[in-house]
Design a protein around this ligand. Structure first.
Ligand SMILES: O=C(O)CCC(=O)C(=O)O
Ligand SMILES: [Fe+2]
Length: 339
């Protein structure tokens, strides 16, 4: 495919960089996957006893450069332009999903012990930038479990199992992640839990005239979760920022509200279009979804957990393309944002 170019739906000329299948998933041949698996398992051999050990994160960054060129090229091109959907699914990465322990069932569950999925997530975080996390969320762990928790079914967060509405990850935060990675370890029993993504590049052309302008005015407030300190909505912000032809957006259906009637009706229209046009993906073990959090919202359909140790289990890591920007939030130049 190399050497060809095509014009994508946002009118930009791009070199195709990976053989995406009809469902938008990138699949590598078995040789490439075996090489990637070898790099991840060598990285695991270098692990101490904690995923968050800075030395292991350093190792992952170095090891990424030993990965297959084809995989590195996919990630490099996605960083340059995340395409019309602002998301990528890398299919069936080797994580030895057959050897998994039972799905955790507690709130705030994280992966402290180095494992093959954790190694894979840290490798891809290095490819996308650097991994980091928020002290107020999942204890600041770099690899976090996304699992349903008994009694939390109705929660608008990743412990819930009702529909999780569309959101920019950490929309309230000035240093929200650039990329959200979600690695599937185990799907839900019925195979219905769909990761949903909605990209501003798809939604923008469908909005009524006037709505774009309304979304570009700083007439919206986004509430931070209580774990981030005393309830507060922060300063008013715009939903769309940057180049009007290819803007970023920042919006959480459950936490963002308009402060004027025009802003409220623009948000309602935005949500309606997102719900009408999203892309849904049923992740299988080893599938890694990467969401460009600047241009793409994500959410999840409802599903029914059984709490039998075999429930849906994703692991999540955030990547920051320029870690330096959040330096004043990260004491000691560590990987945890404390405010
Ligand atoms: O469960 C999912 O598929 C997505 C959950 C989510 O939004 C997250 O963990 O950030
Ligand atoms: Fe999320």
């Amino acid at each position: 495919m190399e050497g060809n170019t095509h014009v994508n739906s946002v009118g930009m000329t791009q070199a195709p960089y990976a053989p995406a299948t009809a469902d938008g998933t990138v699949r590598y041949d078995s040789r490439t996957l075996a090489r990637l698996g070898q790099v991840a398992s060598d990285l695991l051999d270098h692990a101490g006893d904690r995923v968050d050990d800075p030395a292991w994160v350093d190792h992952a960054r170095h090891a990424w450069e030993d990965g297959p060129a084809e995989v590195r090229r996919t990630v490099r091109e996605f960083r340059r332009h995340s395409g019309p959907d602002g998301s990528l699914v890398l299919g069936r990465l080797p994580i030895n999903a057959r050897a998994l322990p039972p799905t955790p069932m507690v709130k705030g569950s994280v992966q402290h012990t180095p494992s093959l999925p954790a190694a894979m997530l840290l490798l891809f975080a290095a490819g996308l930038g650097d991994p980091a996390a928020f002290a107020a969320e999942k204890s600041g762990a770099l690899v976090q479990d996304v699992v349903p928790v008994p009694g939390q079914e109705e929660v608008q967060g990743n412990v819930g199992s009702v529909e999780l509405t569309f959101h920019t990850e950490n929309a309230f935060h000035p240093h929200r992640p650039d990329y959200v990675m979600l690695m599937c370890l185990r799907p839900d029993h019925e195979g219905v839990a769909e990761l949903r993504t909605s990209c501003v590049r798809r939604v923008l052309p469908l909005l009524k005239p006037g709505t774009r302008e309304a979304l570009g005015r700083p007439e919206y407030v986004t509430e931070a979760p209580p774990s981030f300190g005393p309830a507060g909505e922060g300063t008013a912000h715009a939903v769309l920022t940057g180049d009007p032809d290819d803007p970023d957006w920042c919006f959480d259906e459950a936490a963002t509200r308009g402060v004027t009637p025009q802003a409220r009706s623009a948000l309602a229209e935005l949500a309606e279009v997102a719900h009408r046009t999203y892309t849904g993906v049923l992740l299988r073990p080893g599938d890694l979804a990467v969401v460009d959090n600047r241009v793409t919202l994500h959410g999840r359909s409802a599903f029914t957990p059984r709490y039998d140790g075999r429930d849906r289990w994703l692991q999540r890591t955030f990547a920051f393309s320029d870690l330096r920007r959040s330096r004043d939030h990260r004491p000691g130049d560590g990987a945890v944002l404390v405010k």
